[in-house]
Design a protein around this ligand. Structure first.
Ligand code: COA
Length: 165
């Protein structure tokens, strides 16, 4: 019975992430979603807000049996702590490959037992990303095809608080 971990920054969660979660749940007996920090990125939502949005989004589509945890630290440490068999990541296009390759090899170097599994993102979501969604919404565009309603609302609220710079 294989256990898997799906980590990401989820700023915010999109239907692209949800597509990977749905497919990973079919392959693994237990899936934990870890909402993490990516020190290279400036986040719109706090770690707690991102975790709450992942929980709300999964509840909205009926996947409320999925464990969602926050983690501020190395991915290898969390994978070891949870005794997972694999870490799942989504691949959108060839542009994702180099980054994911580097991530996988660094993690393997830090822990030789670290195993990554890559799932191809569905064509419908292969062109979206959290930053594209944030950008479209910040200019008042409609992102409801890309994110669940709770995320759309949270984005609207966040941008209504922001003063134009
Ligand atoms: N469909 C659509 N978009 C997708 C997607 C999918 N299936 N999967 C990922 N994306 C997008 C995300 O929206 C995100 O878009 P953005 O860059 O516009 O925000 C982008 O792809 C990548 O995001 P994500 O998958 O959330 O990963 P990340 O690169 O932000 O973070 C971590 C990856 C958290 C796993 C990594 O930073 C990490 O391990 N951090 C902990 C520290 C650590 O261990 N570092 C050493 C590892 S080298």
């Amino acid at each position: 019975m294989a256990k898997a971990l799906y980590p990401g920054s989820f700023d915010p969660i999109t239907y692209g992430h949800i597509d990977i979660i749905k497919r990973a749940k079919k392959l693994f007996s237990h899936l934990t979603v870890a909402v993490m920090r990516n020190p290279e990125k400036r986040m719109l939502f706090s770690l707690t807000e991102r975790q709450s949005l992942v929980i709300a989004a999964l509840r909205e589509i009926g996947l409320n049996d999925t464990q969602v945890i926050p983690h501020d630290g190395l991915l290898v440490d969390l994978a070891r702590q949870l005794h997972v068999d694999a870490v799942v990541r989504g691949l959108r296009a060839s542009t994702d490959f180099e980054y994911e390759f580097q991530l996988a090899l660094t993690n393997r170097d830090l822990d030789p037992d670290f195993e990554s599994v890559y799932l191809m993102t569905s064509r419908d979501f292969s062109f979206i990303s959290s930053s594209i969604v944030r950008q479209v919404k910040s200019y008042g565009g409609d992102v409801r095809r890309f994110v669940p309603l709770c995320v759309d609302r949270a984005l609207a609220e966040k941008f209504s608080q922001k003063t134009p710079g």
